[in-house]
Design a protein around this ligand. Structure first.
Ligand SMILES: CC(C)(COP(=O)(O)OP(=O)(O)OC[C@H]1O[C@@H](n2cnc3c(N)ncnc32)[C@H](O)[C@@H]1OP(=O)(O)O)[C@@H](O)C(=O)NCCC(=O)NCCS
Length: 155
């Protein structure tokens, strides 16, 4: 299994390329380099040697709400379980932080449904989560699907 780690500054140019490669294809929201440096502590990466082959971020929105964003796996590394590893790492970190609710906006809802995310009406999410949307080229005609994960209470 590939090692998943928190991102480091030298990873950022490759993360930028990876995310914006899929953003150019209309599959996710683009992220400027400046934002990736500012939010570096949100990110997990999976590397093969020096190469970043996958990344994802857990972004904290509020005391009880976080977002998984920018989940990407290079085409030649897809189908090997890296996407699953990224989601598991984000959910583990949110649990460790004490955050029980995690949402995402995506064009790949089935991928998130596998991880116990369920569909939610975007309008049910607090307004704060829309901050990013204002700079999305599709705003206000968002066609991404919102899903939410509620951590199970321990028995
Ligand atoms: C979606 C994405 C992150 C999946 O990553 P991946 O590493 O290929 O996924 P995994 O190998 O971990 O897949 C694990 C399981 O999920 C399934 N799966 C993968 N992508 C899926 C999708 N888009 N929809 C439904 N199921 C999916 C796999 O079939 C596999 O199932 P199995 O264990 O029963 O065989 C990857 O395809 C990607 O980076 N896509 C482009 C960017 C993107 O659309 N990101 C979406 C999040 S915003």
């Amino acid at each position: 299994m590939s090692q998943i780690e928190k991102a480091k500054i030298p990873d950022v140019p490759q993360m930028h390329q990876l995310i914006n490669h899929f953003a150019d294809k209309g599959e996710m929201l683009a992220r400027p380099l400046s934002e990736l440096y500012e939010s570096i502590r949100d990110f997990f990466v999976i590397r093969e040697g020096e190469r970043v082959v996958a990344c994802a971020a857990l972004h904290i929105d509020w005391s009880d709400l976080a977002e998984i964003r920018s989940v990407t796996v290079t085409e030649d590394s897809q189908g090997k379980g890296l996407g699953d590893q990224l989601i598991a790492a984000c959910l583990k970190e949110s649990a460790e932080l004490g955050i029980k609710t995690v949402f995402c906006f995506t064009y790949q809802p089935d991928f998130f449904r596998r991880h116990k995310f369920v569909d939610i009406d975007k309008m049910e999410l607090p307004r704060k989560v829309w901050t990013d949307c204002f700079r999305c080229p599709k705003f206000p005609n968002c066609d991404e699907i919102a899903l939410i994960y509620h951590a199970e209470e321990p028995d």
